[in-house]
Structure formats: structure tokens, C-alpha cells
Design a protein around this ligand. Structure first.
Ligand code: SF4
Ligand code: SF4
Length: 295
């Protein structure tokens, strides 16, 4: 089972939910922080990091002495990461998406593979039992999906960690990084809050993720604020609200101290244990639906 914890906007408590869910998970579990621009799951889970490596992607390096300025590479590149101006060949590694197309079409073998640093992948164990992987984007690096794929690839190389249930802490929003983060999952858990902003961004997240065809469910954080627009929307879209986390001072204090809510507060342990059970129910119902559809 792979659960992606996502949200239409930042600050809804997505990482808080991911950390507590991992804390109460009663089967072997690995958490993956794919919010690589601002990873902060480690601040709650405080993992022992046992390995780190620099992630890179392939970009072209030009040997202009071989170039005939035929423009084949520049015409192919959809990202304007390589240009030919008269008898000058320019490469822009920061704009390169690493497709390798320019290397393949160059008739003079004037381009060879080089690398651009994406950031760091690290891994370890939290609380002696929770597998932990995270990515941290290099300052100045504009593209996060290649580093996210490197984190997932690293997880895949660790057979023990990959064989476990996986909880992904996805980046907030509905753009390319958020879509990339939920793609490996078989269930998306949307965290929202009952405010006009939370409701607005929940609708955006639902619209962005629904075409992926994955089951979705919702956690309402800071429940008790606002009105019931979020619940009404979830009902209209047949998305189950699996947990409501109250707007409560004791939770805010635990959060401000970097505590995992399910560890700091016994009543929250129960809330997240019930959420875990409910998630398995959603996953099971979805699997049964798929089997029935293919029967
Ligand atoms: S590898 Fe792809 S994206 Fe990068 S410069 Fe070449 S064609 Fe453009
Ligand atoms: S395809 Fe090769 S030879 Fe042609 S302009 Fe690009 S680098 Fe130069």
C-alpha cells in the first residue's frame, strides 16, 4: 500500500498528518519526504540518517571544435536549453530536462553527457522502526521532479524498505511536482482545513488529481473553524472524510515543539490509528471495485 499525503496548499498540516500516520502504522512502513523544496518531515520524526548521496541529471556538454553549427540540436530541444547563433553554440544546463535528444541527433558527436547537480538524497530510520527517505533540492535548482524521481529510485534499490507500506509526504499545490509525488501511490489522502482558502485549494487538488483515477480521501485539520463547505464538497465528490483534527491549543503547542502529535497526545494516537484503519478500508474497497470492473 502506498499512500500519498497531499494538499492543495501549504500550511494545512500535511506533514503533521504524514508523521503521525507513520508513527501509528502497525505494519512495516517507510516514509518518503518528496517535498524536496522544503523538506521538514525529519524535523518531526528525527531519523538517524545512515546514507547520503548527491543526485545529478544528465545534461549536454559541447565540444565546439567538432561542431558544424548545423542546428539539429537546437531545432530539437523544446526547452531552448541549447542554441546556435551563427557560429556560436550555447548551452543552458539549468533549462535542460535531460532527455538526451540533442546528443542523439548530433551528427558530429560534438555533444557528450555531463551532469547537473540536483540536490541530495538521504535515508535512514526513525524511531528504530520507520524507514525514512528524503530529498533536498539544491539551492538554485529550478526543477524538483528529477530529484523526486531520484529519491524514489533510491527507495527502489533498498529491497527491504521498498517492500514495506510507503507513506509519501507530497509537496503542496497542484503543479508538476505535486502530480509527480502522487503518481507512485495507490491512494491519495488530501489534507485540508475548513476555511475559504482550504476549501478553494481542496477543489483545485481534487480537480488536479481526479484524472489520475486513484482513490482519494480527506483529513480535515483545524476542524471547528469555518463552515461545512468542505464536508459538503467531499460528499458531493464521494470522497470520504476519514479524520477531523480539532483546532486546539494543545495540538499547536505540540506542533511548535516539533512533536509527532500521535506521540505527544494519547487522543491523537487514537485519531491516527483510526485513520490508518480507515485508509486500509478505502484501499480494500477500491481494489474490490477494480476486480469487479474487470470481471
Ligand atoms: S538533453 Fe534534451 S532538454 Fe537537454 S538540451 Fe538536450 S534536447 Fe534539450
Ligand atoms: S547538432 Fe552537433 S554539430 Fe549540429 S549544431 Fe548541435 S552540436 Fe553542433
Amino acid at each position: 500500500m502506498i499512500v500519498a499525503v497531499a494538499s492543495g496548499k501549504g500550511g494545512t498540516g500535511k506533514t503533521t498528518v504524514a508523521a503521525s500516520l507513520a508513527w501509528v502504522w502497525d505494519r512495516p512502513v517507510t516514509v518518503v519526504d518528496l517535498d524536496v523544496e522544503e523538506p521538514n518531515l525529519h524535523l518531526f520524526l528525527k531519523p538517524d540518517i545512515v546514507g547520503r548521496e548527491t543526485a545529478v541529471m544528465e545534461v549536454p556538454v559541447a565540444d565546439e571544435s567538432k561542431c558544424t553549427y548545423c542546428r539539429a540540436c537546437a531545432d530539437l530541444c523544446q526547452f531552448k536549453a541549447i542554441s546556435v547563433l551563427g557560429s556560436v553554440l550555447l548551452t543552458f544546463p539549468e533549462m535542460c530536462h535531460g532527455c538526451g535528444g540533442c546528443l542523439a541527433v548530433c551528427p558530429e558527436k560534438a555533444l557528450s553527457p555531463g551532469t547537473r547537480e540536483l540536490g541530495e538524497v538521504s535515508w535512514g530510520t526513525a524511531s528504530g522502526r520507520i524507514g525514512f527517505f528524503m530529498g533536498r533540492l539544491r539551492v538554485g535548482e529550478a526543477m524538483s521532479p528529477p530529484l523526486m524521481r531520484a529519491v524514489i529510485a533510491k527507495l527502489g534499490q533498498n529491497r527491504e524498505a521498498a517492500a514495506r507500506d510507503v507513506i509519501i509526504d507530497a509537496p503542496p499545490g497542484t503543479s508538476c511536482p505535486a502530480i509527480n509525488a502522487v503518481l507512485p501511490s495507490n491512494l491519495i489522502l488530501l489534507v485540508t482545513e475548513p476555511t475559504p482558502f482550504g476549501f478553494h485549494d481542496l477543489k483545485l487538488a481534487h480537480a488536479a488529481f481526479a484524472p489520475l483515477g486513484k482513490p482519494m480521501a480527506v483529513v480535515i485539520n483545524r476542524a471547528g473553524l469555518g463552515d461545512r463547505s468542505v464536508q459538503d464538497f467531499c460528499r458531493s465528490q464521494q470522497m470520504a472524510v476519514l479524520a477531523e483534527i480539532p483546532f486546539d491549543r494543545s495540538l499547536a503547542e505540540a506542533y511548535s515543539r516539533g512533536r509527532v502529535l500521535a506521540d505527544a497526545l494519547p487522543n491523537m494516537h487514537n485519531v491516527f490509528a483510526q485513520l490508518m484503519t480507515a485508509l486500509r478500508g478505502v484501499a480494500k474497497t477500491s481494489r474490490q471495485g477494480e476486480v469487479a470492473a474487470h470481471a
